[in-house]
Design a binder for this molecule. Structure first.
Ligand code: SF4
Length: 726
């Protein structure tokens, strides 16, 4: 009778970084409908088309339901024992550093925490990275360089309180639709609010734009350096703020002068009409309440970190930060990219937002995890970032790879090279929900994982808000939760004591305890650290020690809350840096001297077109879920390429005709859509289609493995390609 009863469960959408609250309704043991959670502060009842189709993507069909070893279905006991044995053998034979993991912003924080603990803490390898590297790594480094911590200062309400919103490299209308809807409504309510869109393409986000700047791809840092110069020349700086709360302004301005000294110069480099450019500069400089939202168009570049800092420089120079409706706001792509950063899931991090070079971090984490008795103990330096990791596999340096909830055979640049590396790797373990992916043929061991609606845990959205994802349906067949799989392998590796959790709330509790361990307020003055005016700690801003001891009941009842959450801020922290005190060693924000650079993938006679890649409105990543909902396929039913009419004419391709795009790394074949929304000389392709749908149209085949040297993020938005009829 209970099974048949109607039941509503509050959970969170598993797609983009907006992190909308979802009310899921169950009837007869099935998830019959979803609607937006009216109480969730991310969306207040709204959902986009992807979120509203969540219940249509479920079901056992197409799911992995049984563990496999060497292509043969086995019991969990056999799969777990074999996984542990093979990892152990390779580790003993070749050393800790030959073991690697590759995680995903789709994992829940609890999964991420135990994976990080196992790899870095107990297997002693630093080579654990995540597909978040492809999404926001440049934004992370930008924040750390400027603020001393990977800390998003703003929240979603700031979007409604702003007088000016600047979208840079972000098609919010398609990729973060609920935030777009919130801005649209706020703009209707406040006719004085302005929106500027800076993007090479005329996207749907331009519908709410008061000003559109069709920027030349890759030239964003020139544009924001030019803004800094313009503000200085027009005396639009907040000199008091600069003096009291920042350092590095003079050098940043000097370099900006050298590279973007005049409107004419910037307009020429960025290929923007000078009058429109100056209008933007005037609007930005004259408003205090400005939010600059930036996303993959900024991050996915060989100089993405510098672009982020060029944006942050302008906010610091104008004192447009730490106020309602003001700040540089990086919008993450994935549902839990932020949660992965919090546990330390990037290869350059150790744990709990601490890097390897954070003073005392190795000792602190080692004592907390009680790994100090292990030989060798924690790795003492960063591991390989995503692209580097697969290069190390190719060289034979890494012998074992465990991939969880992601598909590097599709999503990493130069996919053919990644596939060749996987082919060579002696041990590939894949934890996965879907029965058919491009990665599975390379797996020696396949571990079926539970998915959305089945698993319990937490995620953190783009505004630092931690929300619960709640399980409500049983996983199909033999599928198990990721945290359970990781812990069971850890136990078979001999680490039973450290991985003996019985429920995700226990993992969350440990995560919260580590975040506050010997940190901030509890310790401060006694440690010679005056942190009294900073929520959390000047050393570690990420602190959720206020969530310790929730117990199962408290964890189940947890309502969305923004970190830091400490004894000093038990209700969370809506906005950071309101007091102008930052997490750097001298508590000042830093303006960086930014030397702008163009894309590294240069255009040539052989490859004359600038290649842009991105998402489409109704699909998510490699479509393992969204393709299951027929109505989501209606928007764009097949892969395509958007081409400017002049480029189509020059290449001899027709609208709706088939064409080939080629680059130094591969080819992409699809139908042409002639579009005036494209700049001349540029072509756009979607990222979603994989070999499971068509072997002809995988965008990653076209992208070279060029990365930002500071962040390791690939230059996925500025490739070089040639177009010809098929
Ligand atoms: Fe919200 Fe993003 Fe999910 Fe859409 S995809 S419902 S915007 S979290």
């Amino acid at each position: 009778a209970n099974q048949l009863a109607h039941r509503d469960v509050l959970t969170t959408c598993p797609y983009c970084g907006v992190g909308c609250g979802v009310k899921a309704s169950l009837q007869g043991g099935e998830l019959s409908s979803v609607e937006g959670d009216r109480e969730h502060p991310a969306n207040y009842g709204r959902l986009c088309v992807k979120g509203s189709a969540l219940h249509e993507t479920l079901g056992e069909h197409g799911r992995l339901t049984q563990p496999r070893v060497d292509g043969v279905e086995v019991s969990w006991e056999q799969a777990l024992t074999t996984t542990a044995q093979r990892l152990k053998t390779l580790r003993e034979q070749y050393g800790n550093h030959t073991i690697a993991g590759y995680l995903s912003g789709q994992l829940l924080t609890e999964d991420y925490y135990v994976a990080n603990k196992l790899f870095k803490g107990f297997l002693g390898t630093p080579h654990l990275d995540t597909n978040s590297r492809l999404c926001m790594a440049s934004a992370v480094v930008g924040y750390k360089r400027a603020f001393g911590a990977d800390a998003v200062p703003c929240n979603y309400e700031d979007l409604e309180e702003a007088e000016l919103i600047v979208l840079v490299g972000s098609n919010l209308a398609w990729n973060h639709p609920v935030l777009y809807q919130r801005i649209k409504v706020a703009k209707e309510r406040n006719p004085l609010m302005r929106v500027v869109v800076i993007d090479p393409r005329v996207t749907d986000s331009c519908e709410i734009a008061d000003l559109y700047l069709g920027i030349k791809p890759g030239s964003d840092a020139y544009l924001f350096n030019g803004l800094l110069v313009w503000m200085a020349q027009r005396r639009k700086l907040d000199t008091l703020y600069l003096e009291r709360h920042t350092e590095g302004f003079e050098e940043a301005l000097e370099v900006a002068h050298q590279t973007a000294g005049s409107i004419a110069e910037v307009a020429a480099v960025c290929d923007i009409d000078p009058e429109r450019l100056e209008t933007f500069y005037y609007w930005f400089a004259s408003q205090l309440h400005v939010v600059t939202l930036y996303s993959q168009g900024v991050n996915q570049s060989s100089s993405g970190t510098d672009k982020c800092n060029a944006i942050i420089n302008c906010h610091l120079a104008g004192g447009k930060i730490g106020l309602p409706g003001a700040g540089p706001f990086s919008i993450t792509g994935q549902p839990n990219a932020m949660g992965g950063r919090e546990v330390g899931g990037l290869a350059n991090q150790l744990a709990a937002h601490m890097d390897y070079h954070t003073p005392g971090a190795l000792d602190l984490v080692s004592r907390f995890w009680a790994t100090d008795h292990l030989t060798p103990t924690l790795p003492d330096g960063p591991g390989y970032k995503a692209v580097e990791l697969f290069e190390a596999i190719e060289r034979g340096e890494v012998k074992a790879l465990w991939v969880m909830a992601t598909n590097p055979a599709v999503s990493l640049p130069d996919a053919a090279r990644v596939r060749a590396a996987l082919e060579k790797c002696p041990l590939v373990i894949v934890s996965e929900c879907a029965a058919h992916t491009d990665l599975l043929p390379y797996a020696d061991i396949v571990l079926p994982a539970s998915g959305w609606s089945e698993k319990d845990g937490t995620v953190t959205n783009s505004e630092r808000r931690i929300s619960r994802q709640r399980g409500m349906l049983p996983p199909p067949g033999e599928a198990r939760h990721d945290w359970w799989i990781i812990c069971e392998v850890a136990k078979r590796l001999g680490f039973s004591e450290a991985f003996s959790y019985s429920h995700p709330w226990e993992i969350f509790d440990e995560h919260a305890r580590l975040s506050g361990f010997e940190n901030g307020c509890e310790n401060g003055p006694e440690n010679g650290v005056d942190n009294s005016s900073i929520p959390g700690s000047p050393q570690r801003l990420f602190d959720i020690s206020g969530l310790i001891g929730l117990g199962l009941e408290g964890y189940n009842a947890l309502t969305p809350i923004q970190w830091p959450v400490t004894s000093a801020s038990p209700r969370g922290t809506a906005r950071l840096f309101e007091d102008g005190i930052f997490a750097t060693s001298n508590r000042r924000a830093k303006l960086l001297a930014v030397h702008p650079q163009g894309p590294e993938q240069e255009l040539s006679a052989a490859y004359p077109l600038r290649l842009n890649t991105g998402r489409i409105r109704d699909q998510w990543h490699t479509m393992t879920r969204t393709a299951r909902a027929p109505r989501l396929m209606n928007h764009r039913a097949e892969p395509f390429m958007d081409v400017h009419p002049d480029d189509a004419l020059a290449a001899g391709v027709d609208d709706q005709g088939l064409a080939i795009l080629s680059s130094v790394t591969g080819e992409y074949r699809a139908r042409v859509r002639i579009s005036n929304a494209q700049r001349r000389g540029e072509v756009f392709v979607p990222i979603h289609w994989t070999d499971c749908f068509t072997k002809q149209a995988r965008s990653s085949a076209l992208i070279a493995g060029i990365i930002d040297p500071l962040s390791g993020q690939p230059e996925s938005k500025q490739g070089a390609a040639a177009l010809m009829p098929l």
